[in-house]
Design a protein around this ligand. Structure first.
Ligand SMILES: Cc1cc2nc3c(=O)[nH]c(=O)nc-3n(C[C@H](O)[C@H](O)[C@H](O)COP(=O)(O)OP(=O)(O)OC[C@H]3O[C@@H](n4cnc5c(N)ncnc54)[C@H](O)[C@@H]3O)c2cc1C
Length: 382
């Protein structure tokens, strides 16, 4: 169905490059139109979980992912002040399977996807800011243009994304010898996630609740002193890392509800364009990868109008569930009342001691799901 089909993909981020690769590998004639003058990414890390790693493996990039990243052994939730472990999620079961948890620099992931896209024959056009138009005749246009997507507005009516009341600093420091694990320090109204990246780097994402976001853009460079002040009450190791931050970017976290309409007969949106996902479950890029695979799979098996409707049907409920789980994490990480926080952490400690694997098993629906598995995809297709 895809052989020679013209497809224009707007946006060269994770979603755009992944769907372009998946379509071109199946014979479509794909061009990516990216507004930036080069394919690049702000310096920061990403956690790719097994459900996202499965898509990269199906695109032929499983080895590249492992080589460019660090296989993560665990996620630890920690108390903000003492830094004590509240709950440890041991990821070794996943890492002995085909699709590991990987900690990777965003630029490296984008580099892997860009190389895969070019190898599959995708044409990448830079400095192309697309805000309308119908694409090539008889073809498909895909909006992978992120949270401010114009195609989302075209399909759903104009609606500005809203500020969620949270901001996130992202920073990288040099730090060798850190264990291959992600650590989440949970404090009142704020939390900090940190993990190592290849090349002797440590990634830091620090989220704080705020009533307002007044900056003109949604992302700008901030004085690292503000980051240090916001997390001054955190454990000594956290303060030590923050003391070494020389450059920090601050993001207002914006959302809009999951789009009601993801497609017309010849257009579709994917990734953050369809469903901006807060970073509290580290799933935005993973969902973008899953979307990309399912969209290409649907187009490979059905004519476009049916394929695009099937794509939305196969994706929407799962994405809504992921976003709700991420929102719940935000609430649970940021408990303000010390008594409530103490009880919640005690319950997690006891639960982790009695049944160490139980907390991770509760997320089997998320991490064990493989959109590239034909049998499972068929199951979800009707
Ligand atoms: C602090 C933070 C931490 C995160 N951590 C994780 C994590 O650990 N794991 C995870 O899975 N996710 C994480 N995410 C989420 C993840 O970054 C996003 O969900 C993911 O990047 C979405 O990919 P995308 O391709 O849909 O959109 P984007 O990455 O936003 O890409 C959109 C692309 O489209 C281009 N573009 C936009 N408009 C136009 C236009 N009009 N014309 C042409 N091009 C255009 C842009 O330049 C950009 O290249 C995090 C997010 C944040 C903010």
């Amino acid at each position: 169905m895809l052989m020679g089909l013209p497809v224009d993909v707007i946006g060269g981020g994770v979603a755009g490059l992944a769907v372009a690769t998946a379509l071109a590998q199946r014979g479509a004639k794909v061009q990516v139109l990216e507004r930036a003058p080069e394919i690049s990414e702000v310096g920061a890390g990403l956690q790719i979980s097994p459900n996202g790693a499965a898509v990269l493996a199906a695109l032929g990039q499983g080895d590249a992912l492992r080589e460019a990243g660090i296989v993560s052994h665990a996620v630890e939730l920690r108390d903000f002040r003492a830094g004590q472990t509240v709950l440890r999620l041991d990821l070794s079961r996943h890492n002995t399977g085909p699709h590991p948890f990987v900690l990777i620099h965003r630029a490296r992931l984008i580099g892997i996807l860009e190389a895969a896209a070019r190898e599959a024959g995708v044409e990448i056009s830079l400095s192309r800011h697309i805000t309308g138009g119908d694409g090539r005749s008889g073809g498909i246009v895909l909006g992978a243009d992120g949270v401010h997507s114009w195609m989302r507005s075209e399909l759903n009516g104009a609606a500005e994304p809203f500020f969620t009341g949270q901001v996130a600093w992202r920073a990288l420091i040099e730090d060798r010898g850190a264990p291959p694990e992600a650590h989440v320090y949970m404090g009142p109204g704020r939390h900090l996630v940190t993990y190592p990246l290849a090349g002797g780097l440590r990634n830091i994402v620090a989220v704080e609740e705020r009533s307002e976001w007044t900056a003109e853009g949604w992302n700008h460079e901030d004085d690292p002193a503000n980051l240090r002040a916001a997390f001054a009450g955190f454990a000594p190791e956290v303060r030590g890392w923050l003391d070494r931050v020389t450059k920090a970017n601050l993001w207002g976290l914006f959302r809009h509800p999951v789009a009601a309409r993801w497609h017309s007969d010849s257009k579709a949106i994917l990734g953050d364009a369809a469903h901006p996902t807060l970073p509290f479950l580290a799933q935005g890029a993973n969902m973008a990868l899953e979307d990309a695979w399912v969209l290409a799979d649907c187009l490979a098996h059905r004519p476009p109008p049916d394929a695009l409707a099937l794509y939305q049907a196969r994706r929407r409920d799962r994405v809504v569930r992921v976003i709700e789980a991420a929102n719940a994490n935000a609430r649970n990480y940021h408990l303000r009342n010390p008594a409530v926080r103490g009880l919640a952490h005690a319950a997690l400690r006891v639960g982790g001691a009695i049944a160490p694997g139980a907390a991770l098993r509760r997320f089997a629906w998320l991490y064990d799901y493989d959109v590239t598995d034909g049998a499972k995809s068929a199951m979800h297709s009707e």
